[in-house]
Design a protein around this ligand. Sequence first.
Ligand code: SF4
Length: 329
Amino acid sequence: MEAPLLSINNLKVYFSGEGDDIKAVDGIDFDISNESIMCVVGESGSGKSVTSLSVMGLVPKPEGYIADGSITFKGQNLIDFTEKEISNIRGNEIAMIFQEPMTSLNPVLSIEVQMVEQLLRHKKISKKNALVKIKEMLEFIGFSRTEQILKSYPHELSGGMRQRVLIGMAMLCEPELLIADEPTTALDVTIQAQVLELMKQMKEKYSTSVMMITHDLGIVAEIADEVVVMYAGQIVEKASADDLFKEPLHPYTQALLKSIPKIGETTRELYSIPGTVPSADNFPKGCRFAERCEYAVESCHKKMPELREIKARHFVRCDLVEGGEPDNG
Ligand code: SF4
């Protein structure tokens, strides 16, 4: 079997504060295969964004630190890399796009200057050839008047155009892995659909794998090959997208699915999961979802459930789901 492009094993990312450490990510394992789209889903406070920052070597220091585990990219543990080594990979072999493109683009530089800089930072290529490549990329991402876009400053473009520019910029070096943290949250639904379609096309054209961070299962249904559902720093369910939507097994996943509006449904009030994610500096001893789980029994509050493979490649952290063995790695 082909080795995964990225393999995260027992990753723990903690933040030190005044009291106990904040366990933002608390022992997670997953792989991203070549040319696949993995969605990491969860509410805010689930640890999904900290996971993506860890892969990019961008966990804020000194308060944030990797307490344990490994992040293996193409056979090398990124955690052992020096800052210089990781910055050579960042933007080149692994690229990232964020929710609000305005924060990632420099407001005082034209798109041309920023795109040329991005390409020349990582590739030995003349400025003339860089411009040819950039124009090709702009055309690929759907811009017809490329000259006009290149001369523009970020504030002269709409939110959707900026996000497309940012995806194009991220893809200029043809990274093997694109990490996208809520890339469509700030966009309206039509533009959101265009951006998701563009990401699928990018995967096809450049054989790029995508790690998409989102709170929105609607987006997952649209784009994912594989899904990891995170809750309170842990993985509570992981499966192929087909299996997850066909048979969601964890009560948290089921509750997330209940909160998606359905087309044509106008009468039902939107479901929202009661309560909030427990505080990461004081997790309960038992199941971290117990306070909000409609199926919780006494034992759920006493013992932490293990992540178990219930069916082939379908893992769940809930003791009330029958079958499977604990997943010990
Ligand atoms: Fe709910 Fe108990 Fe399962 Fe946790 S272990 S998800 S509390 S049923």
